[in-house]
Design a protein around this ligand. Structure first.
Ligand code: PLP
Length: 453
């Protein structure tokens, strides 16, 4: 971040640092006001899945602007919202056929928690209210979404204001050093859910929320295959709703439309945002089954909503984004370019021994730094490697994303998640810049580099 020679700003962000002012963007590139070009290697915050300035999406939005920009949902139905709901439902697993639009990810997860609770009340199970979640995890910044989030630096300041929910460990099987196979560890992590349900009292537990492929809080964590089936079995056994937070992993980013599709998961509720509007408009959705929605409607309706829900302009963008994903076959491209990028990151891991793990699916990929690959001990936290790597890449014209790995206090990873339109040459260019970046990081923090580099 620049210290600041820029004019005083009346905005405030998360910290004092300033960034150059963005001027324009196209495809996977963004330019600042001085004409410097950056590769958007994180699609913003894993948002701009179809790339910047897609002409067909812009045309669809202009067309909608000529008709109506706002139609309030209790006064009028609107065509783009109906169309987008119909298009989305076709891509959902199981019986998920009812869509509730919102304007972002926190609103989507918050809505999922409230739908689950109202379903329990409407079906005579008002003692059920606890939603178990994982640590680390991120489900959004509103107080309800934070209550199920496991990331200390984000939750601790608000702890007295939260109805904190029970947490089990995220399935970090890659860290374990025991005699179990990876798949056996998957079952063991899932069994923590059952133990927690029994500890809390099954009659009080409403749901379990998880990111099927992790986002920024875990660095694209993928559980062993066994985990997903076992979680579903446990939820079924105790009548608990399974909520998939696909805010980051959904909309094609992992090489399937939903990350849960890699394991044929059957969640009861799906939360989406980010890639749904792909940065063209604030848009999110909660998708559930008629089986949950109907009892709520019959008992007086969903006591929840947002003014901008189902906004026609945002939904028109969403319809056009989905149609571009299909027309350009972007889910398949995310899968194949993801493989190329992951191979590139794995090649870098052979040069930089402080890369302890490369993981993720499709174009939701991350690399984690460690001080020792054998023990997977993190780097000393004070080195702030997670932050320095982003700055060094930025100086080299590449935007990547990073967080602490182990729940906010320790651990470092960076995510590389370019738009799903990325080409093979562009993937190679990204890997080259990361190579330079890691060399600079190693020099700065005195980290080891394999000789021959
Ligand atoms: N859930 C997940 C998995 C996310 O990654 C995010 C944002 O990064 C959210 C929820 C919150 O979304 P938003 O920032 O759009 O409110």
């Amino acid at each position: 971040m620049q210290e600041t020679s820029q004019a005083k700003s009346h905005l405030f962000y998360q910290s004092h640092g300033r960034r150059p002012r963005g001027s324009h963007a196209a495809g996977i590139y963004i330019w600042d006001g001085d004409g410097n070009r950056y590769i958007d290697g994180s699609s913003g915050a894993m948002v701009v899945n179809i790339g910047h300035s897609n002409p067909n999406v812009i045309a669809a939005m202009k067309n909608q602007l000529d008709h109506a920009t706002f139609l309030y949902r209790t006064h009028f139905e609107n065509e783009p919202a109906e169309q987008l709901a119909a298009d989305l439902v076709q891509r959902m697993p199981g019986d998920l056929d009812k869509v509730f639009f919102v304007s972002g990810g926190s609103e989507a997860t918050e809505s999922a928690l409230k739908l689950a609770r109202q379903w329990a009340v409407a079906t005579g199970q008002s003692n059920r209210w606890k939603v178990i979640s994982r640590f680390p995890s991120y489900h959004g910044s509103t107080l309800g979404a934070l209550a199920v989030t496991g990331y200390d630096s984000l939750t601790t300041p608000f702890a007295p204001m939260l109805q904190t929910m029970p947490k089990i460990s995220a399935p970090t099987a890659y860290l374990d050093r025991d005699d179990l196979s990876f798949e056996e560890r998957g079952t063991r992590y899932a069994n923590q859910l059952e133990s927690m349900i029994l500890d809390e009292g099954p009659e009080s537990v409403l749901g379990f929320i998880m990111e099927p492929v992790g986002g920024a809080s875990t660095g694209a964590l993928v559980a062993p295959d066994t985990y997903y089936t076992r979680v579903r079995e446990i939820c079924d056994r105790y009548g608990i709703l399974l909520i998939h937070d696909e805010v980051m992993s959904g909309a094609g980013r992992t090489g399937k439309y939903l990350a849960g599709d890699h394991w044929a998961c059957r969640p009861d509720i799906v939360a989406m945002a980010k890639g749904l509007g792909a940065g063209y408009a604030p848009l999110g959705a909660m998708i559930a089954s008629e089986r949950l929605v109907s009892p709520i409607m019959e008992s007086g309706g969903f006591a929840h909503g947002y003014t901008y829900a189902g906004n026609p302009l945002a939904c028109a963008a969403g319809v056009a984004v989905l149609s571009e994903i299909d027309r350009l076959d972007l889910v398949a491209n995310a899968a194949s370019m993801g493989t190329r990028l992951k191979d590139g990151l794995r090649m870098l891991a052979t040069r930089y021994p402080f890369i302890g793990d490369v993981r993720g699916k499709g174009l939701l990929l991350a690399a984690e730094f460690v001080s020792d690959r054998e023990t997977m001990e993190p780097l000393p936290a004070h080195l702030n490697a997670y932050s320095r790597v982003v700055e060094l890449a930025y100086e080299r014209g590449l935007i990547i994303y990073s967080r602490r790995t182990r729940g906010g206090a320790a651990g470092d990873h960076f995510l590389v998640c370019p738009p799903m339109i990325v080409t093979a040459n562009e993937v190679d260019a990204i890997v080259n810049i990361i190579d330079d970046t890691l060399l600079a990081l190693a020099n700065e923090l005195h980290l080891p580099v394999e000789t021959g580099r």
